[in-house]
Design a protein. Sequence first.
Length: 294
Amino acid sequence: MSWRQATCEEIYRYYTEEFPSYVDELPSFITAQGPKQYALAFREPHPVRKDGVPDKDFIRRDTWQTNTSRERTSAAFHDFDDILEFIRNPARNDPLGRSDFALADPDLLEKPDPRPDAVYYALDHWERPWVLLVDIDAKTIARERAAQAVLDEDVTEDSEELLDAAGILEADPAGYPYSFADIERAIEYGFEVRDIFENDFNAEDTMVVYSGQGVHVYLLDTDPAHRYDAKSREVLNDLLQETYEIPIDPVVTADRRRVARLPYSLHADVCSIVTPIESPSFDIRSAIPEVIQS
């Protein structure tokens, strides 16, 4: 098994032919108007309408317009079909419309409408408390494993040289900064975190999502006592890292501005569907879209 980037045509086909069948399976809090933003990342920067403004390879779009008191006034997306149209043709369906900072009209350019390498939604939410998510990345696991294997003081822990010396860049998937074993370990860690949520926090609503290069673990109980505010998230990060020694990205849990990959969206860098999973024995090959397998 090897990995590659999806082509622009494959990305469009996925969001046109396959992704719509998953929309009804999205978690109930992911709606057109619930998350405060949706965001897209592009492989190549795309121009905006205003001259002199840098081209954009990542954009955020608010789901609601607000007044000076931050009260909602009008929705940018009326239903999930509007989100789908934005994903498929971001420049033609940019909710910023004719704003100077909207993506430039592809008809006026020599380049086509961009296709999203990644689709994200905001963890901050209009209808419920800020969503609590723990991110475990195979790249982090690979770097830690390489640092233990390569005892060379002249090689820094975050360098490609370290990964190369440990043989990780040559291991499948070749050229990626981790191996399939690191992804499998990330998935195992994800279910360890879910068990911690359920056993230590009495959580009743959890979810583990294969992200394409690791896992996202959700604690979705709203917890009326403190709503998992910034302070309680710091405590949670310390618990997972120091007590359980789980290699999480603590910034994702603690930063209210973070976005997360939309479940069932395509991680185009690895041709994998971002998939909610039920077992650490999940076969990552099952996450390859049909439009790419065919």
